[in-house]
Design a protein around this ligand. Structure first.
Ligand SMILES: NC(=O)c1ccc[n+]([C@@H]2O[C@H](COP(=O)([O-])OP(=O)(O)OC[C@H]3O[C@@H](n4cnc5c(N)ncnc54)[C@H](OP(=O)(O)O)[C@@H]3O)[C@@H](O)[C@H]2O)c1
Length: 317
């Protein structure tokens, strides 16, 4: 397998796409950003904002409708690898991206996983949600089986921890208000990958194409629990910013989420994701129990402390 130099990224302005693209550029890859046509001229993708904040330093920005395999194929010509980090709204297009990458002679396609992979300990409702995402992964796997020149990798990140702590106070930490909700005893451990770790994971995959071919790699920056994070938030906060702590039960969160699911109202996915994270004794959200069981060393992802993660979550407030 030859080395990878030229990389196309889909979703480069997104929550994870931006740090991944910046990390690839920083690592010395020649990066092309592929984006939807501006102004909603595409027939099969919804309108995109007229301005996108792409990381600086990409070699070029190319527009292509995500449903147009011929256009995508010409956009990907000459690239060694392609990475899909499109948002959940674009999930229906992932198969076209795989088809175009193979047709263009791309040797590695990083599928749009960036989640929990095929987590066998997920709640059944979450398995159902995940199944939609598996269609493109299975498609990439089938392509690779039929054509050895085409390979794929998925990146399992678990909880995107610094981003999620900032984005979802429901995870138990309202960093703007300095309030915390501790679920049950606060001792259930889970693994997470920071935005830095997510960017490094993709860099690591493309630097090690042979070791990462045709499988999902396990990323992690930290294994932690709510009590450790609360301690870290307290340590990283200034003296006048006291944290107010209340307690809730995972069982109530889970029941509420399932009621919303049955009633067809929104918000249940987040409720179940958080219940799954903190339900005690089942390690439902541990991607790799020990660092050695993960691919962190191969990929060059450093282990971060709870205080570092808390400082990152607080830094944007
Ligand atoms: N593990 C977790 O808990 C977790 C959390 C969040 C996300 N994720 C996963 O990470 C991946 C990336 O998510 P993200 O939050 O970074 O994505 P995002 O920021 O919502 O979107 C990324 C890019 O996708 C394109 N896009 C968005 N919506 C689209 C639509 N409806 N149609 C066509 N293109 C669209 C846009 O690119 P252009 O404007 O350039 O076309 C956008 O900048 C997804 O697989 C997501 O499920 C996992």
């Amino acid at each position: 397998m030859s080395s990878i130099r030229k990389v196309a990224v889909f979703g480069a302005s997104g929550n994870f796409g931006a740090p991944i693209t910046a990390a690839l550029i920083q690592a010395g890859f020649e990066v092309t950003i592929v984006t939807r046509p501006a102004g909603g001229s595409s027939s099969s993708s919804p309108p995109k904002p007229t301005r996108s904040n792409f990381p600086a330093g990409a070699g070029s920005v190319v527009q292509a409708d995500y449903g147009d395999v011929a256009k995508l194929t010409s956009a990907l010509a000459g690239h060694d690898a392609a990475v899909s980090v499109l948002g959940p709204g674009a999930i229906a297009h992932e198969v076209s991206l795989v088809d175009a990458a193979e047709a263009a002679g791309v040797q590695r396609f990083v599928v749009n996983e960036f989640g929990w992979g095929g987590n066998p300990r997920s709640y059944p409702e979450m398995v159902e949600v995940g199944a939609r995402r598996h269609v493109a992964w299975d498609h990439a796997r089938a392509k690779a089986e039929a054509n050895p020149a085409f390979t794929w990798t998925g990146v399992t990140i678990g909880n995107p921890i610094d981003w999620a702590l900032r984005r979802f106070p429901r995870m138990g930490f309202n960093v703007a208000e300095r309030t915390a909700v501790i679920y049950d005893s606060g001792t259930e451990h889970f693994t997470g990958t920071t935005l830095e770790g997510i960017g490094q994971a993709v860099v690591g995959v493309l630097r090690h194409p042979a070791e990462t071919a045709n499988r999902s790699v396990k990323a992690r920056s930290i294994k932690t629990c709510q009590n450790e994070l609360l301690e870290a938030f307290r340590s990283e906060s200034t003296a006048e910013h006291h944290w107010t702590v209340t307690h809730e039960k995972v069982a109530d969160l889970l029941e509420g989420g399932r009621q919303k699911h049955q009633a067809g109202t929104g918000g249940w996915i987040l409720d179940l994701l958080i219940a799954q994270l903190y339900e005690e004794g089942l390690a439902r959200c541990v991607v790799a129990s020990n660092r050695e069981d993960s691919d962190a060393d191969l990929l060059g992802i450093r282990e971060e402390t709870a205080r570092e993660v808390a400082a990152k979550a607080l830094s944007l407030v």
